[in-house]
Design a binder for this molecule. Structure first.
Ligand SMILES: C[S@@+](CC[C@H](N)C(=O)[O-])C[C@H]1O[C@@H](n2cnc3c(N)ncnc32)[C@H](O)[C@@H]1O
Length: 398
């Protein structure tokens, strides 16, 4: 872990650094870039410097951009609630493919006209809706995406639970919260017996995963050609939403899914409804201890490893390694930490999500490759996807 910097009184000597426990109280060596950053931070902290930058015509745009960024960060929780209210009131779906007046929307949403107008004006500031003329509303770009994606709306609604877990953020970071809503929600991360998860416990998270799979599957299918394989096993495949998407795209691919007993009945039902059951097999079990079918030449772990701490990831991967046939290609896909803007947004978000869940973390592709090699996999490789905000791919050979 990096040593925590705490510059005081503007001095940049090692004596002004507080070291954390892991560095045994030793001050870190200050590199040139650290010293430069300390100097830069002191300039930025100075109101006189900021006022100068804001007054000079050539630097004013930087001052404004930085101020806007900070304001966006400070007010983000308010923007999230405007978004949340619009989703809960079905504003985006009401406006899909049509233009409505404030009065019409107020009737649909059961709000007074002035309150409806206020909500829509707030939503317009956030790029969700547009007001081409007074009291006439249509969707802006972000609103059009939300209206078209049930999974996105489900995730926004689901944030109710995360929001409640974040009411006392310091208690969350100090691990002082005995139980969180997200830990109750993701029932398989509690206790030692995931197979004991009941169908009632699995239903809400399985539905959320199914609904939020569309964008994820699009990203993975655009980034990796499953047509080169004869058969695919989706481990922790949930309701079979990914398998359905890949099966539709590749009509000759044999399909298999492995998940907890509480989930597999749902998967069979959805694969049947998708008309894919004739070429699908569904297996129930615990992927950390039970035998997995070893016949597929490609195996996917989608949004699985991020749910678990490192020791459990090693257990899961080692169990997989023990049962898969030599030369099977394993594909891990989930949001991963990397320097791109999208991945930074995703890892900043998932870092908090997994903290509230009490298990797992957002790892870099390098960390995932290292865990795979520890479990015995070889030829690990990271592959970019069409959108690192949604997922990065890591492949390996059994
Ligand atoms: C976050 S969901 C991801 C589902 C799916 N891969 C997707 O991307 O939509 C994790 C899945 O792993 C399954 N799972 C969790 N622990 C498991 C275990 N020990 N054995 C088998 N499946 C498990 C859950 O039931 C759930 O379907």
């Amino acid at each position: 872990m990096a040593t925590q910097a705490e510059p005081t009184n503007g001095a940049d000597t090692g004596a002004n650094w507080r070291a954390d426990g892991e560095s045994n109280g030793k001050a870190p060596h200050l590199t040139f870039s650290m010293r430069w950053r300390l100097w830069r931070n002191r300039q930025i902290a100075s109101p006189r410097f900021r006022s100068l930058i804001a007054r000079l015509p050539l630097t004013r745009w930087i001052a404004q951009r930085k101020a806007n960024q900070l304001f966006r960060l400070t007010a983000g929780f308010v923007y999230s609630q405007v978004l949340h209210a619009c989703v809960k009131l079905d504003v985006f779906q009401r406006l899909e493919d049509q233009i409505l007046s404030t009065d019409q929307l107020a009737t649909f949403c059961q709000l007074s006209t002035p309150r409806m107008r206020l909500l829509l004006e707030n939503a317009a500031c956030l790029g969700l809706v547009l007001q081409p003329t007074r009291d006439i509303w249509m969707l802006d770009d972000a609103g059009a995406v939300i209206a078209s994606d049930a999974g996105l709306r489900a995730m926004i609604r689901h944030h109710d639970a995360l929001y409640r877990d974040l009411v006392d953020p310091v208690a969350l970071w100090r691990s002082e919260m005995p139980e969180t809503e997200l830990r109750r929600y993701w029932a398989y991360v509690r206790g030692d017996a995931p197979s004991a998860v009941t169908a009632e416990q699995a239903a809400p998270y399985s539905l959320l995963m199914r609904e939020s799979q569309a964008m994820f599957a699009d990203c993975i299918l655009a980034s990796y050609d499953f047509g080169r394989h004869a058969s695919l096993l989706d481990v922790g495949g949930g309701d079979g939403a990914f398998l359905s998407a890949v099966g539709r795209k590749h009509p000759n691919l044999q399909l298999a899914l492995f998940d907890l007993p509480a989930v597999t009945e749902r998967a069979s039902k959805h694969l049947t409804e998708a008309g894919l059951m004739a070429r699908s097999s569904v297996y129930a079990g615990d992927f950390s201890t039970d035998a997995l079918p070893g016949s597929a030449d490609c195996v996917t772990l989608l949004r699985i490893l991020c749910d678990h701490d490192d020791d459990r990831v090693i257990t899961i991967l080692t169990n997989l390694h023990g049962h898969l046939a030599p030369n099977t290609r394993l594909l891990v896909a989930e949001a991963m930490a990397d320097p791109s803007e999208g991945a930074r947004l995703a890892s900043g978000y998932f870092g908090v999500y997994f903290l509230a869940m009490g298990s797992g973390r957002c790892r870099s592709a390098d960390e995932i490759m290292s865990l795979l090699r520890t479990a015995g996999f070889r030829e690990t490789e990271a592959l970019a996807t069409t959108n690192p905000l949604i997922a990065t791919l890591v492949t390996a050979i059994r």
